[in-house]
Design a protein around this ligand. Structure first.
Ligand code: GAR
Length: 214
C-alpha cells in the first residue's frame, strides 16, 4: 500500500465525523476528549444508520450536528452509500471514525476516505472479525481478547492495524460482562490513538501504520 498522507494539516484541530449504530460510549469518549483544545481533534458531526439511538442523543446533547441514513429508505445499497458519503462530505472530515457503526461502507465511500476511515472492533484482529467479536471470542474459549483500531479497507475488518489492547477473559464472563470490560479498554485506546493521528499524522506502508510526519 502506498504511503498515505496525514489526516490534518498544520495546527488546526482535525475534523472528525463519527459513525454510530447504538449506545455511542466510544463516541462519548471522543466528545469528552475533544473538549480539551490540546486534544487536537473535534467531532464535527455524527452519522448513524438508524434513528432513536443513544449515540445520536449524545451528539445532540453535545451540540454536534447529526445525520441519519437508514438502508431501508434507499432503493439499494449503492444509493445508501452515496447518501452516507455525501453527508460526510458536507462536514469535510480529516478522519471518519466508525465507533460501533454496524454497516460496511461501499466502494465510493472507501474511495473518498481511503486511509482516513478507521474502525474500532471488539476483538484482537485478525481473530474474530464481523458483527460479534466479543461473543465469538468467548464462545471459542480464548483467555485473552481485546479491541483493535484499524484503517478500513475493502475487506471485513482486514485493514492495517493502528493499535490493539488486550483484555483477559474471566471464567465467569458472559458476553455482556466481557464486552463491557473490552469497551472500557477500547475507549481509552480509541481516544489515545485518534488524538495521536490528529496531532502527529500517520503513514501507512506495507500494512504498517506509523505515527508522525506532521
Ligand atoms: C464497540 O465495542 C465496538 O467495537 C463494536 O460495537 C461497540 C459499540 O459500543 N463494534 C463492532 O462490533 C463492529 N464490528 P458503543 O456504541 O458503546 O461505542
Amino acid at each position: 500500500m502506498p504511503d498515505t498522507p496525514a489526516p490534518s494539516e498544520g495546527r488546526r484541530p482535525a475534523r472528525l465525523v463519527v459513525l454510530v449504530s447504538g449506545t455511542g460510549s466510544n463516541l462519548q469518549a471522543l466528545l469528552d476528549a475533544s473538549a480539551d483544545p490540546a486534544y487536537g481533534a473535534v467531532v464535527v458531526a455524527v452519522g448513524a444508520d438508524r434513528s432513536g439511538i443513544e449515540g445520536l442523543a449524545r451528539a445532540e446533547r453535545a451540540g454536534v450536528p447529526t445525520f441519519v441514513h437508514r438502508v431501508k429508505d434507499y432503493a439499494d445499497r449503492a444509493e445508501w452509500d452515496a447518501a452516507l458519503t455525501a453527508s460526510c462530505r458536507e462536514h469535510s472530515p480529516d478522519l471518519v471514525v466508525s465507533a460501533g457503526f454496524m454497516k460496511l461502507a461501499g466502494a465510493p465511500f472507501l474511495a473518498e476516505y481511503a486511509g482516513r476511515y478507521v474502525n474500532t472492533h471488539p476483538a484482537l484482529l485478525p481473530s474474530f472479525p464481523g458483527m460479534h467479536g466479543a461473543a465469538d471470542a468467548l464462545a471459542y474459549g480464548v483467555k485473552v481478547t481485546g479491541a483493535t483500531l484499524f484503517v478500513v479497507d475493502a475487506g471485513v475488518d482486514t485493514g492495517p492495524i493502528v493499535d490493539q489492547v488486550a483484555v483477559r477473559v474471566e471464567d465467569d464472563d458472559d458476553v455482556v460482562s466481557l464486552h463491557e470490560r473490552i469497551k472500557v479498554a477500547e475507549r481509552t485506546m480509541l481516544v489515545d490513538n485518534v488524538g495521536r493521528m490528529a496531532r502527529e499524522g500517520f503513514t501507512i506502508s506495507d500494512r504498517k501504520v506509523r505515527f508522525g510526519d506532521l
